[in-house]
Design a protein around this ligand. Sequence first.
Ligand SMILES: Cc1cc2nc3c(=O)[nH]c(=O)nc-3n(C[C@H](O)[C@H](O)[C@H](O)COP(=O)(O)OP(=O)(O)OC[C@H]3O[C@@H](n4cnc5c(N)ncnc54)[C@H](O)[C@@H]3O)c2cc1C
Length: 267
Amino acid sequence: MDFVVATDLEEALDALGRGALPLAGGTDLMVGVNAGQRPDNVVALRRVRELRQRNGQRIGAGVTWRVIEDEGPRALAQAARTVGSPQIRNAGTLGGNVGTASPAGDGLPFLAAVDAEIELTSREGVRTLRWDEFFTGVKETARRTDELITAVVLPAALPGRQEFAKIGVRNAMVIATVACVVTRADDGTTTVALGSVAPTPIRIPEAEELAKTLSDPGSAALDEFQHLVAAGVRPITDHRSTEEYRRHGAGVLARRLLTRCLREGAA
Ligand SMILES: Cc1cc2nc3c(=O)[nH]c(=O)nc-3n(C[C@H](O)[C@H](O)[C@H](O)COP(=O)(O)OP(=O)(O)OC[C@H]3O[C@@H](n4cnc5c(N)ncnc54)[C@H](O)[C@@H]3O)c2cc1C
């Protein structure tokens, strides 16, 4: 296996041009290597300072979960705190989570909820793709192999209320059975994004429309909201859960998070 340790973006892009696979924290990639999927050519990114930078709403791809749990926007920080263990959070990066594009990636529902963009850089220049253009299927993305994910770009104004939660088979070190982010802006605009219930992160526009009309955390219309979320997801049955449980969990989780947002708004 050829292995290059890039010290800046130029070196990393050169290596990608020669067919190298990017390695950030390695917490996903090395699981594959241990399982026998050995890439021929790897470029390590951890010394590329440009990738670790945060600038306003731009979060470098190399920023670790450890940093995000302290300094990220509320719901992304909440998600960060549930990723793996302290060891995983010290090594694992947001860019690696985006690069893997697992349906269960805990960072992805937040990116969907706030309409984040993914910044891709190659020798040809920089392009940004909206989250729903970038994630194309289970562990599939629109990234070309000569492109590096350089950052995640959040909108200039983030909603004032944001909540993340996930359901899993235990409380820690767990891959989500369902993950959800609900956001709410002062004008009532609400977003509902979920992970682990479709091939890519998804939004539920029908539930968002209904939620916009609600302000009372005790409203009977929350039943309908929960129903719309459960009806809008596209889960599968696998070794972690059944399709039915995921559908039910999605509705319950979204309702709980919306209720929290409404309570905060009423306070
Ligand atoms: C024990 C354990 C527990 C875990 N728990 C969770 C969890 O609770 N929630 C969760 O979401 N994930 C979890 N994970 C998965 C993993 O930790 C995360 O997805 C993490 O964010 C991956 O980041 P990384 O930097 O380690 O990525 P890497 O493993 O280095 O890379 C992952 C993929 O992204 C590509 N890549 C990395 N950086 C770039 C870049 N800048 N540009 C282009 N491609 C890039 C790599 O080529 C590779 O395909 C867990 C993993 C382990 C081993």
